[in-house]
Design a protein. Structure first.
Length: 240
């Protein structure tokens, strides 16, 4: 399960409306390039997807995140992103099972995040894979909702545990009535379906307070903490 030491996992804290504790972390891949320094996922994940390396990289992220989460106090969750390309691997469910079994992490503490493109490509097959993951006890989150090919039919085809509101709406909500209306629509719909909502990219106290008023369940962003390597992740959160 080892990849070169240049690959590592950072963790960004997630909190709730009380903002008095970390309830979980999102695991985020980083690549330490020997010449160019820290490379962000937006720059290397597309290459990994094109070359097929995403399967071993994704497996590494799952195993490392689950292993790390077992060292955390309490029942903090860990969220791991799954690429649409990983769903082309018939062994994806087995990889998740292996990560849970080898780490001993309780399945309900693992959350996998997918984008809408997973449901556009081979819909029946991918929904079947999601159902198998759900049967393991793993939580499923729909990431970047509203930015691509959003369809309410997705929410009928699969019982998601969480919807993540894209940071672009958070950034624009003060100046764009349309962005705020979309946030309200997502939170209102989520409440009626008993689905949690996570606001991504929260950077200010004003955004945090407004999003609480709009009914968001969970919050993530630089206001609460930047992604940190495992040895310093606790430095990234300071209750207010």
């Amino acid at each position: 399960m080892r990849l070169p030491a240049i690959s590592c996992v950072y963790y960004q804290p997630i909190t709730d409306a009380k903002h008095d504790a970390v309830i979980g972390y999102e695991a985020l891949m980083r690549w330490h390039h020997p010449q160019n320094g820290l490379i962000m996922p937006i720059d290397f994940i597309p290459i990994a997807e094109e070359t097929g390396l995403i399967h071993s990289l994704g497996s590494f992220a799952l195993h490392e995140a689950c292993r790390e989460a077992t060292t955390w106090a309490g029942n903090q969750t860990v969220a791991v992103n799954l690429s649409p390309i990983q769903f082309k691997n018939s062994g994806l469910v087995s990889v998740v099972e292996s990560a849970l079994a080898s780490s001993g992490l309780a399945p309900e503490r693992l959350e996998v995040e997918i984008t809408e493109s997973v449901l556009l490509d081979n819909t029946l097959g991918n929904v079947g894979t999601l159902r198998k993951l759900k049967a393991l006890g793993v939580r499923i989150a729909l990431d970047d909702f509203g930015t691509g090919y959003s369809s309410l039919s997705y929410l009928r085809s699969f019982p998601f545990d969480k919807i993540k509101i894209d940071r672009s709406f958070i950034n624009d909500m003060q100046d764009s009535p349309e962005a705020l209306a979309i946030i309200r629509a997502i939170t209102g719909m989520s409440r009626s379906l008993a689905i949690q909502t996570t606001a991504e990219g929260v950077e200010t106290d004003e955004q945090f307070r407004r999003l609480k008023e709009e009914g968001c369940s969970l919050f993530q962003g630089y206001f609460f903490g930047r992604p940190q390597p495992s040895e310093s992740r606790l430095l990234g959160f300071a209750p207010v």
